[in-house]
Design a protein around this ligand. Structure first.
Ligand code: SF4
Length: 446
């Protein structure tokens, strides 16, 4: 009997991939991830705890599900992801209509937990163990058993979980645990399977992919991330390769050279800097200086001059002065990022900075964020205008404003007119004739 599943994913790409894995695991139990909340037999909220706002959004949605549960008592509600890991069984106290709480290493247990509850063994379950020696299950085996035609030409492939860097503001080490790398063979098998399912573009995913290798299973001890990138790029059918996210401190010359040597490695790099002031970087426990960051950017551009750079920035970290913030703006001016994700600092549970005394006033944080974002928007438009008249390779993703929409190697959204028979995953050349803040437009040439 088919059961219907609704999954709501909050936060990062790691969560998106985990949600896809949960849907695939549960499809073996007869669940189809095709329902709206009102028709679902099972609702999963896959949560994010990186900022207070993400957690608030989750709890308000969860609260609204109380009525649905009263209307349909057979409905099962599961909470997964980083807030589940962080709060565990306290979620039952706050939201008694929840049936299952699974942490970031335990969501693999969902099918077994559901079977137990369906057999009447208990009313609800919590599984939030976080083990140092956790091994990411060979998920690709499941893909093998259940080949599905991929709806998207692009797929994320998780290569590791957790992080050992303990940046002072970050929840990841406490919600996703210590760094654990997947065996190389599992990653390459999964990529080959996805390519057989029609995927053309692979994004290797991890909290800090640059340190892949340091926690590899004994078998792959010597494999660095640059090695893994080269092996993945060499697999037949991988037309495009990307990766995210990187910590600048572990960025090696060997890895940067991949942008020169691997033709299918896309010329876009997301390199979070977080702040431009050395004093703030030190208090954030980011183990690099602005000078080192700028040197790495210069070295990267020496290997791939046209590379598009994006970053993450936190404004208003405790103790941040106006001079410190000016350093962040001047770093933005120096690098001229194509884009960035910028946020106001917020205290997070189990982080060191939550206990820091010299918090920045909320009003000041908002004002600094507004100044940073408006300058970034100006620079993004100027960088996008550099594409005018240029011919760029675009991977078709689907319909868009001008007919078709796709993504350039530099990770820009490109709208263009083209034949209806062009399918997602097709690579076409487009000459850019319009540059906007967040996207480009052009004419297809071939
Ligand atoms: S490197 Fe990234 S994921 Fe790891 S602790 Fe720092 S901010 Fe968090």
């Amino acid at each position: 009997m088919t059961k219907h599943l609704y999954i709501k994913t909050f936060g990062c790409q790691m969560n998106e991939r985990d949600s896809e894995i949960m849907a695939q695991l549960l499809s073996q139990e007869g669940y189809l991830a095709d329902a709206a909340v009102s028709e679902a037999d099972l609702v999963i909220l896959n949560t994010c705890s990186i900022r207070a706002k993400a957690e608030q959004k989750f709890f308000s949605l969860l609260g609204s599900l109380r009525q649905e549960k009263q209307r349909r008592p057979s409905l099962r509600i599961a909470v997964a992801g980083c807030v589940a890991q962080q709060e565990g069984e306290h979620i039952f106290e706050r939201m008694p209509h929840v049936d299952i709480v699974v942490g970031t290493q335990q969501f693999w247990q969902l099918p077994a937990i559901l079977r137990r509850l369906e057999q009447g063994k208990g009313r609800r379950e919590v599984a939030c163990g976080l083990a140092k020696d956790f091994v990411i299950p060979p998920f690709q085996k499941l893909l093998q058993e259940q080949p599905v035609a991929s709806s998207s030409p692009s797929k994320f492939v998780t290569i590791m979980q957790g992080c050992d860097n303990y940046c002072a503001y970050c929840v990841v080490p406490s919600t996703r645990g210590r760094e654990i790398s997947r065996p190389v063979v599992d990653i390459l098998e999964e990529v080959e399977l996805l390519v057989r399912q029609g995927v053309k573009e692979i994004t290797l995913l991890g909290q800090n992919v640059n340190s892949y290798g340091s926690t590899n299973p004994v078998a792959d001890k010597a494999t660095t991330f640059a090695d893994l990138l080269k092996m993945t790029a060499a697999l037949p059918g991988v037309l495009r390769l990307r990766f995210t996210t990187s910590n600048p401190q572990d960025l090696s010359t060997e890895l940067m050279q991949c942008f020169r040597d691997l033709p299918n490695l896309c010329p876009h790099f997301h390199l979070p800097v977080q702040a431009g002031s050395n004093a703030v970087l030190k208090r954030m426990h980011r183990k690099y200086t602005r000078e080192l960051y700028l040197d790495k950017v210069a070295e990267l551009r020496s290997f791939r001059p046209e590379i598009a750079l994006s970053t993450d920035v936190i404004v208003g970290f405790p103790g941040e002065t106006e001079e410190d913030f000016a350093q962040t703006i001047s770093l933005l001016e120096a690098v001229r990022f194509h884009g960035s994700f910028s946020f106001k600092y917020s205290d997070r549970p189990n982080t060191r900075s939550a206990a820091f005394s010299d918090k920045v006033d909320e009003q000041v944080k908002s004002e600094r964020l507004e100044r940073f974002q408006s300058r970034q928007n100006e620079i993004s438009l100027e960088r996008n205008q550099e594409f005018l008249g240029k011919s760029v390779e675009v991977m078709v993703e689907g319909r868009g404003d001008a007919g078709l929409k796709g993504r350039s190697g530099s990770n820009h959204i490109v709208h263009f007119a083209g034949p209806d028979q062009l399918q997602p995953g097709a690579l076409v050349m487009v000459t850019i004739n319009h540059a906007g803040q967040h996207s480009l437009k052009g004419e297809m040439t071939k």
